[in-house]
Write a protein that binds this ligand. Structure first.
Ligand SMILES: C[S@@+](CC[C@H](N)C(=O)[O-])C[C@H]1O[C@@H](n2cnc3c(N)ncnc32)[C@H](O)[C@@H]1O
Length: 434
């Protein structure tokens, strides 16, 4: 535990003992998980059987009414079947056990007032922060998993979560020569991202997004026969789940021969993620063009200019709302994040959602979502993986952001994960410009 020795925060032997205990717990949990993973093959369905299937149940919006009377127009509970989890029950159970053990350890550390042990912040060593006792232990478990944790939250690292298969490498942009690099993922990493509940959540939200886009296309088929489907992806990252969703929706609605082109405008801060998005668009999709726009979408002028250039039928934003602090923040970390952003003139979650809604043309949609506070393993992302800055929200808090943004309830279709039939990770919304 070299990084704890001599720490100014250290309270001596007790801290050192707790750190050793925590490190040992991470090692034991990791060895147990590795034992299961090594003992079985990951069962990979053929490529045409890897898609997640979703199902929907329309439910009463009344329980979602806010105290000021604001109520979503329609509420759908969604569920899904995930081929990775279905085909690999032992691995999925071992992943749950591993996550639960790590959470036990982080919870024990969190009960102390010792800063070094409780500081489970976004510990990305390459960004100049030291790993905590837990993230250091996790990094040491497996080289592939270690590299992955240290690269979070770059969007390139989502590919192994969305597609935990041995023939689907991580794709990276080499900043030095501008080339594209394919990196195979370790079995340990694939077992964890495939088996963990949050992994299911990422795959499930992409499938739900595809369904929302498909039904929008079905309702407006005549419009899309005349020209390309235009998508603005806000915080596109590598854009792959969105491009897959749009391509699948078009194929289902129009078939290959009649399928219109898709024009995507992707806004992101990270030039490497955008380079990977361009690579994927040109190598994986024949009827799709991806236009990169490197921008900070929390800058109002830049967001407006991006949206006016894209003139989208669909604005999509997945895995992003939980990075945007609200003016009406409910928890201290979020209030602090908001205060920092306010100082540099960046928009709040409310202003940001309002800017998107106001920029849409009538009939177009904005598909988005937020990680839920009810997500069964939410603490793992925040504390286990050290991704502390993320802002999970309750459904009511998320709806409050939309209501405070001035978006009418009549424009909002809420998609809530159906308890017991879904991962329970993401609350999603489809907002139609009235
Ligand atoms: C978790 S990733 C999600 C990527 C993608 N939507 C997906 O579902 O695969 C979040 C993305 O938002 C981008 N991002 C976060 N804050 C941003 C900001 N203020 N302006 C532009 N991009 C931002 C990050 O660079 C990252 O690519």
């Amino acid at each position: 535990m070299k990084f704890l020795v001599g720490s100014p925060h250290s309270e001596g032997a007790a801290v050192s003992e707790l750190a050793s205990w925590a490190s040992e717990q991470v090692g034991i949990a990791g060895d147990r998980f590795r034992g299961t993973v090594d003992a079985c093959d990951i069962n990979e369905p053929s490529a045409d059987k890897r898609a997640i299937t979703t199902r929907h149940l329309q439910i009463d919006p009344e329980p979602y009414r806010l105290p000021n009377g604001w109520i979503p127009q329609r509420v759908v509970a969604y569920g899904s079947t995930d081929p990775f989890i279905d085909n690999n029950p032992l691995v999925a159970a071992a992943a749950s056990d591993f996550v639960a053990e790590i959470l036990k350890t982080t919870n024990r550390l969190a009960t102390t007032n010792e800063a070094v042990l409780t500081y489970l912040s976004s510990c990305r060593p390459r960004r100049g922060r030291r790993p905590t006792v837990v993230t250091k232990g996790l990094i040491d478990l497996d080289p592939g998993f270690g590299r992955w944790i240290q690269s979070l939250p770059d969007a390139e690292q989502l590919r192994v979560v969305a597609q935990p298969w041995s023939d689907t490498p991580t794709i990276l942009h080499n900043k030095r020569d501008g080339g594209i690099v394919e990196l195979p993922n370790s079995k340990f990493l694939r077992a964890l991202t495939g088996g963990a509940n949050d992994g299911w959540g990422v795959r499930e939200r992409a499938a739900e997004e595809a369904e929302i886009i498909r039904s929008h296309l079905a309702e407006n088929a005549a419009m899309f026969r005349r020209g390309p489907l235009r998508i603005a992806s806000v915080g596109s990252g590598t854009g792959e789940p969105m491009m897959d969703a749009a391509a699948a929706a078009l194929l289902q609605e129009f078939g290959t021969a009649n399928s219109p082109m898709i024009t995507v405008y992707g806004a992101d801060l990270n030039p490497s993620s955008l380079a990977v998005a361009e690579h994927l668009a040109s190598t994986r999709f024949t009827q799709l063009k991806f236009n990169s726009v490197r921008t900070n979408f929390l800058n109002k002028v830049d967001l407006r200019s991006f949206l006016s250039k894209a003139r989208p039928h669909v604005v999509e934003m997945m895995g992003v709302a939980e990075y945007i602090p609200a003016e009406g923040a409910r928890v201290e970390t979020e209030r602090r994040q908001r205060s920092l952003m306010r100082k540099v003139g960046l928009m709040s979650a409310e202003e940001f959602h309002a800017t998107i809604y106001d920029s849409l043309t009538s009939g177009s949609i904005f598909v988005t979502g937020n990680m839920s506070t009810d997500s069964p393993e939410v603490d793992f992302v925040q504390h286990g993986l050290g991704w502390k800055g993320i802002i999970p929200r309750s459904t009511a808090d998320y709806l409050r952001v939309l209501a405070d943004a001035g978006i009418p309830g009549a424009a909002v279709e809420l998609h809530v994960p159906n308890p017991g039939d879904s991962s329970g990770v993401y609350t999603m919304v489809s907002i139609k410009r009235l």
